[in-house]
Design a protein around this ligand. Structure first.
Ligand code: C2G
Length: 138
């Protein structure tokens, strides 16, 4: 019985998010997802996610292959979360490659390639451009 843990903001849930969670689930028998809180996002990016943490958590928790969710309050607490949830494998996207190697002493650490051509930032930009086009047509 292997437990996989992964972390993310998962704002404006999109196909890249779905794909990494699907692939993470295949590394074990149980998938646990830490959802970055609004406060953590504000502290690391300087702005709040579009969707509040409870909504982001509920969307992830509704996926059939996600067994458990919790709020990730701090990036530095990863080791504690890994131990608390008895995770055997930490899976993260390749944008974090090498960043969590220190946890190799307590679990396996796997970085998976990101899905190309999509990100929350790109979705936001696309909506802004579509809005501009829409209003210029009026
Ligand atoms: N992801 C992906 N492909 C994309 C976009 C994202 O595989 N096109 C992956 C990221 O690599 C990450 C996960 O989806 O593993 C969640 O991405 P974000 O919501 O952007 O997460 P982030 O804000 O980077 O928070 O402790 C780490 C943080 O909680 C990660």
């Amino acid at each position: 019985m292997k437990t996989v843990i992964t972390f993310g903001t998962f704002d404006l849930f999109h196909i890249g998010h779905l794909r990494i969670l699907e692939r993470a689930a295949k590394y074990g028998d149980k998938l646990i997802v830490g959802i970055s809180t609004d406060k953590l996002n504000f502290s690391k990016k300087g702005f709040n996610p579009v969707f509040p943490q409870e909504d982001r958590r509920d969307i992830i928790a509704s996926l059939s292959f996600v067994d458990k969710t919790f709020f990730e309050e701090s990036l530095e607490m990863k080791g504690e979360y890994i131990k608390e949830h008895k995770a055997d494998i930490l899976v993260m996207g390749s944008d974090w490659a090498g960043k969590f190697d220190e946890y190799k002493s307590i679990c396996e650490v796997v970085y998976l390639p990101r899905t190309t051509g999509i990100s929350t930032t790109q979705v936001k930009q696309k909506v802004i451009e579509m809005e501009k086009f829409h209003f210029s047509e009026l």
